[in-house]
Design a protein around this ligand. Sequence first.
Ligand code: ZN
Ligand code: ZN
Length: 268
Amino acid sequence: MIYTDYHVHSTLSHDGISTMNEHIEKAISQGLKELCFTEHYDIYDGVKSNLKTIDVENYNNEFLKLKEVYKDKINLKFGIEIGLQPDIEEIIKGMVKKYDFDFVIGSSHITCKKDISKDISFFEGISRHQAYMKYFNEVLKNITIYDEFDVYGHIDYIVRYGGYEDKTLEYDEFSDILDEILKLIIKKDKGIEVNTSGIRYGLNTPHPNVDIIKRYKELGGSIITIGSDAHRCEDLCSNFEDVKDMLKDLGFTYYTIFDKRKPIFIDL
Ligand SMILES: [Zn+2]
Ligand SMILES: [Zn+2]
């Protein structure tokens, strides 16, 4: 059994549904030994959005209280999911330095100053291929700029958006840029996550898809975390057994957890 979940949002995130307490209680009832919260941290400067950046100080305080309360029942980890953007380097570096994170996911949510999940103008006037390339180029730029992340989140997240009927992503169509992304992640001793929300989202595949995970392994990638991206506690560890089988089929013999941003490898 995969005994932890490394991508979880509570009501402290703008789109969270379950409280931290509800997630923790559910995790304990499911027999998890550990749970890693990864609340959203996105910067909306220059972006058309009414959302606000999370108050990390408040998150840290709430977390530390609960870690103490539940210390004999479950090991709680302090993580964050940062929406990386190339031009907010100082804000991100300062924030990550200030807190004692166990784990940091770097993701692309706002791309080219647009929230791709909501702002369709990102996709307008260009082809699907061009839109995906615009997204992947910014992912690559973020990986080049930042060291303040441990794994890159849901690398092919773009496939959910743009309103295209076909939500599959063929590795071959984007092999050059995907290889560049994966090679740089590996070179920087970072990793990727397997994010099972894609399966819940009806895509029939986790993020990234199996071909990309396979390629990551072929290129020598080893750090790989498993996260549900649960926003409600019912989704904790969803489809983790399927992912476990998939990773084993691809030749992985372990998955990764983090402690104070240092990877620890756990047998699958
Ligand atoms: Zn995300
Ligand atoms: Zn998330």
